[in-house]
Design a binder for this molecule. Structure first.
Ligand code: HEM
Length: 391
């Protein structure tokens, strides 16, 4: 059985051992999970600045992808080493993998996570995926991602060239993640990670510029704002991998712009615009699958389900996606048969339906939003808009 055929639910059901008391009133299905409470307390206090959705949390999430996607059965079929997937090789072989251009900016988080893993005696593959799951929980709206522990340490560095580049075509991105065992829809699911992302190295003159207007909140604004027509280059762009932004102060990756517009992925992209629960559920499932890439089924059966260690969220639910007030914007709807121009039909599916509501409102009922000429009129219409598109 291939990893890609295992559902997130069945993966989470792998653990079997009796419940254990881990102290401080905390329990775990398996005693082997107790150490993760110690790791949790430590990284929340000493890595994630008391448990906030800040820079280290963002980096930890990015690292989980760069480690896991280092897996290529296609290379293996050519008789080459295809990487071990979610095995912590980016930490174990940091001196090699941190020299890859795609991993620029991951140095600090790699060294930090190594320190915590060594201190608590857990594997690098485990800490990478654990820290990512915790980091998502530190962001308002972040779902609980299942966490399985027990990955053995990596034996070799992943080869270079396996992390998609922001300048790649959609076909190339789909091919790359498909090789690793993820579908195009799962790639779109995973892109919710950019909802809490900023860029630092694509254009270093505007380091820290976010991908949406709510970079500390795991919300659907990212999926909505990426659909707005780009009109300007913030900073010193254009740079390779950059697309035009709709607003000053917001950075757009070419890969995100392309996935939002390609007919193969646009409808799925749009399906999240007004559906936070769907985004959360699908992101958590895709992350759970990504966290196991490269591990054979026999090895998966040896893992322990330590999901209960991932904390419950105490943060408020994000508000529904909305375009930053007073902006003159144009939505680009490329979902085939979807909502563009209000002529949508069935083929666009759920995504097209959602966007059609927004599109019809903006172009049929509120031309002032399109021109951006009258901000107060825009504000007055918020109530109408709320009822129309469930803002
Ligand atoms: C086609 C796939 C992807 C491409 C081309 C891509 C590309 C990028 C690029 C270029 C950056 C900016 C890095 C910098 O300037 O420092 C970035 C940031 C980020 N990426 Fe991705 N990414 C992809 C998928 C993912 C996935 C699947 C995840 C996680 C599941 C992820 C998580 C992040 C996060 C959290 C950041 C923000 C880091 C920060 O704020 O410091 N990315 N990505």
């Amino acid at each position: 059985m291939k990893v890609s055929t295992l559902s997130a639910v069945s993966l989470v059901a792998i653990s079997t051992v009796a419940a254990a008391n881990c102290g401080k009133g905390r329990t775990a299905a398996s005693g082997t999970c107790c150490v993760w409470y110690n790791v949790l307390d430590d990284i929340q206090a000493n890595l994630f600045e008391g448990g906030i959705c800040g820079e280290d949390a963002h980096d930890a999430l990015r690292l989980s992808f760069h480690d896991a996607i280092g897996y290529s059965p296609a290379l293996t079929r050519q008789g080459k080493f295809g990487g071990g997937g979610a095995d912590g090789s980016l930490i174990a072989f940091a001196s090699t993998e941190l020299t890859y251009a795609s991993n620029e900016g991951l140095d600090d988080i790699v060294h930090d996570e190594k320190r915590f893993a060594d201190k608590w005696g857990v594997s690098y593959g485990d800490i990478v995926q654990f820290a990512a799951a915790v980091s998502v929980r530190n962001c308002a709206g972040g779902p609980r991602i299942p966490f399985l522990a027990g990955r053995p340490n990596a034996t070799r560095a992943a080869p270079d060239g396996l992390v998609p580049h922001a300048a790649d075509s959609v076909g190339k991105m789909l091919g790359r993640v498909g090789d690793a065992g993820l579908s195009g829809e799962e790639l779109v699911d995973l892109m919710a990670a950019h909802s809490i992302g900023v860029q630092e190295h694509v254009d270093p003159t505007i380091e820290g510029m976010p991908f949406d207007s709510t970079p500390e909140i795991f919300d659907t604004n990212f999926y909505l704002e990426t659909l707005l027509r780009g009109t300007l280059w913030p900073g010193s762009g254009p740079h390779p991998g950059q697309a035009e932004s709709p607003f000053r102060g917001q950075f757009r990756l070419q890969s995100d712009a392309a996935l939002a517009r390609d007919p193969r992925t646009a409808c799925h992209w749009q399906s999240f615009v007004h559906d936070q629960p769907r985004m959360q559920t699908r992101f958590a499932a895709a992350m759970a699958k990504m966290a196991l890439l490269g591990h054979a089924p026999a090895a998966l059966r040896a893992l322990h389900d330590c999901s209960e260690v991932i904390p419950a969220s105490t943060l408020p639910a994000p508000r529904a996606a909305r375009i930053p007030a007073g902006r003159g914007v144009v939505l680009e709807d490329k979902c085939p048969g979807g909502g563009g121009g209000g002529n949508g039909g069935g083929k666009g599916g759920k995504g097209g339906q959602f966007l059609k509501g927004l599109w019809d409102f903006m172009y049929g009922f509120c031309p002032l939003i399109r021109s951006g000429a009258d901000e107060s009129a825009y504000q007055r219409r918020q109530a109408v808009k709320a009822s129309y598109i469930k803002l």
